[in-house]
Design a protein around this ligand. Structure first.
Ligand code: F3S
Length: 288
């Protein structure tokens, strides 16, 4: 049987992750022996990239209080304001790879907090990006469902932002509620374009195929969202980290297969998955 494979156009590294990875490798290559380089948290949700960075001398740390006289890479997720202060007090040089789209959210919450708004962040309270955003204002409320939005009772005007990888549908559900409920609410749809395009394409492809493969790290928020979206539409969906997890036998029975990948999935991992499928039977990829 000839299999038709549809590979997403918007798959793999987004601009923010690409910048973080390239900056980290460049910093490691030009490192002086005097200063050690640390990454504050894993740079991206991909084991092989993190492994390569470790081999180049970039150590991952979860606490920076004890780091002194070194270089610290802030990853694309960003951090709270206090983390910069601690790093600087301890005489560290900061290599800041906070994604510009995340930085924009920091600025929005800081500015509107100072102007007297109640900041509401729609997102996962445990995710480092959301923890970082909430650290740029005094009292952020973090919600992740319509029910939590309905529980808010604020006398202050609201300023609402979203985790950059939030599911578009959830944002609209909650934003629609706030619009109806509050006279004075500022809504900032801060979901980044890379996330939106990947989610839209996952929706589109999932409607056309019998099986969806979602490639990405198990801790990657945007990959998980792609999987949830795919699974809702195409019940045969699988999240894999690399080509080793493909069940070729299982795939034999499906004629059309879709491939999407999260923003922290390197190109070569996507290529390896396609190659494995190519080697196991007759396939047509994106109509060719
Ligand atoms: Fe930035 Fe969006 Fe990527 S916020 S890190 S471009 S997923």
């Amino acid at each position: 049987m000839k299999h038709k494979i549809i590979v997403a156009k918007y798959a793999g590294f987004c601009s923010g992750v690409k910048n973080a990875v390239e900056t980290a490798f460049a910093s490691a290559a030009t490192a002086d022996k005097e200063k050690k380089i640390y990454a504050y948290g894993e740079l991206i949700h991909n084991e092989s990239v993190n492994q390569k960075l470790a081999e180049q001398g970039v150590c991952v740390v979860d606490q920076i209080d004890a780091i002194r006289d070194s270089k610290i890479i802030i990853r694309s997720h960003g951090v709270d304001q206090q983390t910069y202060q601690i790093a600087e007090q301890n005489n560290n040089a900061i290599i800041d790879t906070t994604c510009v789209f995340v930085k924009r959210v920091h600025n929005i919450v800081k500015e509107h907090d100072a102007a007297g708004y109640q900041i509401v962040i729609i997102g996962n309270a445990k995710h480092p990006e959301v923890i970082g955003i909430s650290g740029w204002c005094e009292n952020a409320m973090i919600i992740n469902s319509l029910a939590e939005a309905k529980a808010i009772n604020s006398a202050k005007p609201l300023c609402v932002v979203a985790q950059t990888t939030l599911n578009d549908d959830l944002y609209h559900e909650i934003a629609g509620y706030f619009k109806r409920q509050y006279d004075n609410v500022l809504l900032y749809k801060t979901i980044c374009a890379a996330t939106r395009l990947r989610q839209e394409e996952a929706r589109e492809i999932a409607q056309k195929v019998d099986f969806m493969i979602v490639i990405g790290g198990k801790n990657s928020s945007n990959t998980k969202k792609l999987y949830e979206i795919s699974k809702k539409i195409c019940k045969n969906a699988q999240l894999i980290q690399n080509f080793n997890q493909i069940d070729v036998k299982l795939l034999q029975k499906y004629v059309t297969i879709g491939i999407v990948a999260g923003a922290s999935t390197p190109d070569w991992i996507i290529k390896e998955v396609i190659l494995k499928l190519k080697n196991k039977g007759e396939v047509v990829i994106n109509g060719k």
